[in-house]
Design a protein around this ligand. Structure first.
Ligand SMILES: NC(=O)c1ccc[n+]([C@@H]2O[C@H](COP(=O)([O-])OP(=O)(O)OC[C@H]3O[C@@H](n4cnc5c(N)ncnc54)[C@H](OP(=O)(O)O)[C@@H]3O)[C@@H](O)[C@H]2O)c1
Length: 306
């Protein structure tokens, strides 16, 4: 994407405040997380959320649940908002509900889960189960997981939205899978959010999905910003570029997140972690200035050169 198009997208999605003005104002770390506007509703959401696949699938273990409670505390204390889960993630929704019940009500909480089954009735039953597991009667976002039986669920989601049982609708995919079909569905129907994979190595979404979302006013949630942790493992031990401090980066996870969230079409990224210290480290990436298009190219080229 060229610089002009990038800046047009930035203006269209309210991302310009992130593009250097915070730095210009001299704001340091530990300021509030950058927020982005959801195009369809105008509601704002912190630019970093939290995924729960594997990391919150800890079953009944008291000690593991207590550790996840610490992760969630760090998340909210650091200004996080969106929690993304799914019935596909084993006990994750139940564990999220367990943790939320033990925390005071959180003003910024943005509840996002998915429907992942076939048939209208099974979908309704699954979403009702999610309501009870989370302890929430309404969801901020209900997504159709990996396009499964999407035509059927889309109708239900639209009905639930009119009834006020969900506030936004969405559809998801991951890992560059089925992008053509995903694009066709998103273009020909109405969804508030699209969720897919994007990171410094998996950049296919830059070609079609990200520009499409910006053009159509669809909010974008980015999953797998660390490629399930593989990117961090690959880069740990390698030197950060000498110019990392210029973009407020002190670690590889922060570098990877800054790259993802600085794309102007991105509303929110949802890195997952089981470690409260990692949560604190990750949230730092969403505070001060974000890289401009030139710097983003430099970041990608640097990773490629390693
Ligand atoms: N189709 C879909 O709808 C779909 C598909 C894929 C994912 N998702 C969503 O997207 C979320 C994120 O994707 P993901 O969970 O696959 O992978 P990810 O967020 O790319 O990576 C998670 C891994 O990164 C590690 N990590 C996080 N912060 C770290 C840090 N500061 N230092 C070192 N390691 C760190 C975590 O280990 P530690 O626990 O040790 O921190 C974990 O193993 C999922 O949890 C899920 O909610 C949705």
């Amino acid at each position: 994407m060229d610089r002009r198009r990038f800046l047009n997208l930035a203006a269209a999605t309210g991302a310009t405040t992130a593009l250097g003005t915070l730095a210009a104002a001299g704001l340091a770390a530990n300021t509030a997380l950058i927020a982005r506007t959801i195009p369809s509703s105008g509601k704002s959401v912190p630019i970093l959320g939290m995924g729960t696949w594997i990391t919150f699938n800890v079953g009944k273990s008291k000690s593991l649940r207590t550790k996840r409670l610490e992760v969630l505390k760090a998340f909210f204390e650091g200004g996080g908002g969106m929690i993304d889960s799914s019935p596909m993630y084993g006990t994750s929704e139940e564990v999220v509900g367990y943790c939320l019940e033990r925390l005071p009500p959180q003003e910024k909480l943005f509840t996002a889960t998915k429907v992942w089954t076939v048939s209208k009735q099974m979908g309704i039953r699954q979403m009702e189960t999610s309501q009870s597991l989370w302890g929430h009667k309404t969801f901020d976002l209900m997504q159709i997981h990996n396009l499964v039986d999407w035509e059927v669920h889309m109708e239900t989601l639209n009905t639930w939205k009119s009834d006020g049982r969900i506030k936004h609708t969405g559809i998801t995919t991951s890992h560059g899978r089925r992008h053509d079909e995903f694009e066709k569905i998103a273009r020909n129907n109405t969804f508030d959010f699209a969720q897919f994979t994007y990171n410094v190595e998996d950049r296919e979404a830059e070609n079609r999905l990200l520009p499409m979302a910006a053009d159509l006013g669809i909010g974008v949630i980015i999953n797998r910003p660390f490629q399930r942790g593989a990117l961090i493992k690959k880069l740990q031990g390698k030197p950060l570029p000498p110019w990392a401090p210029e973009i407020g980066v002190r670690s590889w996870p922060q570098f990877l997140l800054k790259f993802v969230i600085s794309h102007p079409a991105v509303t929110c990224a949802i890195p997952a972690t089981s470690n409260p210290e990692h949560m604190v480290e990750n949230l730092e990436a969403g505070r001060d200035a974000l890289p401009d298009p030139q710097m983003r190219s430099r970041m990608a080229a640097y990773v490629q050169s390693l």
